[in-house]
Design a protein around this ligand. Structure first.
Ligand SMILES: Nc1ncnc2c1ncn2[C@@H]1O[C@H](COP(=O)(O)OP(=O)(O)OP(=O)(O)O)[C@@H](O)[C@H]1O
Length: 264
């Protein structure tokens, strides 16, 4: 029998005004599974991610975490188990990098608890994992976009949740850090849903992929099943060619459909 999902969205629909942004979208993440959420701009990826973390209620359908309806789980308990890294880092915060990461420990503290040595150790360890320990005392707002992104990932790591929801975590990162961050997510052996635009990163680091198109799930399955010409071409209007690299990983090459057709 298949393992029960830790996080499960079942036929979730959500509209904004007259705009049906999600239509009966389903997604499951088993414990330890890394799920890539892909799709063109405006296809509903962030909206689905927001329903997965309980920030947005669906109009229809349901989201459960560990079998429990997400809206019924208290905010603190949910924050102990689910960490979210969103696209736009807060820029106006006057806090140091170390303080931002320590905020990840908040869900684990009682109302009158002060942060202790163990919290400091976990925050330092998280910063070390993203390569920014030496910047712990720097002001967060003075960092580059990529560094901010890594600090927010460190905060999520310090949170020690068992599920990570990441909205374009590789946005702003150079190629080396794109791979480093996704490698890290894999290494953590944690359940994760990751919004990605780079289909090659999805192919390389995700166990399964959900492809959204105009708010509906166009395809879901392993990267090999979903990242095919048949699935990708109608959704992105590109032609893809799959090649196997020297290290045996699948690489996708893209061309606009019009260009591909001219050469046929
Ligand atoms: N709070 C909101 N109010 C009104 N419309 C919204 C809201 N949030 C999202 N939308 C609309 O829903 C659609 C899907 O947006 P969403 O951000 O989920 O897409 P996405 O796939 O994450 O896009 P991108 O790849 O560009 O980040 C868009 O048309 C967007 O304008």
């Amino acid at each position: 029998m298949a393992e029960a999902p830790l996080l499960h969205a079942e036929a979730v629909s959500r509209s904004f005004g007259q705009n049906p942004v999600l239509q009966e979208a389903s997604l499951s993440a088993a414990p330890g599974e890394v799920v890539g959420l892909i799709g063109p701009n405006g296809s509903g990826k962030t909206t689905l991610l927001r329903t997965l973390c309980g920030a947005l209620s669906p109009d229809a359908g349901r989201v459960t975490f560990d079998g429990e309806e997400i809206g019924r789980i208290g905010a603190r308990k949910l924050a102990q188990r689910v960490a979210v890294v969103v696209q736009e880092p807060p820029s106006e915060l006057m806090l140091s990098v170390g303080d931002i990461v320590l905020l990840g420990r908040t869900p684990h503290l009682g109302m009158f608890d002060r942060r202790g040595a163990e919290d400091e150790r976990l925050a330092a360890q998280a910063l070390e994992r993203v390569g920014l320990l030496e910047k712990a005392s720097r002001e967060f707002s003075g960092l580059s976009g990529g560094e901010k992104q890594r600090v927010l990932i460190a905060r999520a790591l310090a949170q020690q949740a068992d599920c990570l929801l990441l909205d374009e975590p590789t946005n702003h990162l150079d190629i080396s850090y794109q791979h480093q961050v996704l490698h890290l997510v894999r290494e953590l052996s944690i359940t994760a849903v990751v919004v990605l635009h780079d289909l090659n990163l999805a192919a390389r680091y995700c166990d399964s992929v959900v492809l959204l198109s105009q708010g509906r799930v166009h395809a879901s399955g392993t990267p090999d099943e979903v990242l095919t010409e048949e699935m990708i071409e109608p959704v992105y209007d590109v032609s893809i060619q799959r090649v196997t690299a020297e290290d045996d990983t699948t690489q996708l090459l893209f061309r606009r459909v019009a260009e591909a057709e001219r050469e046929r």
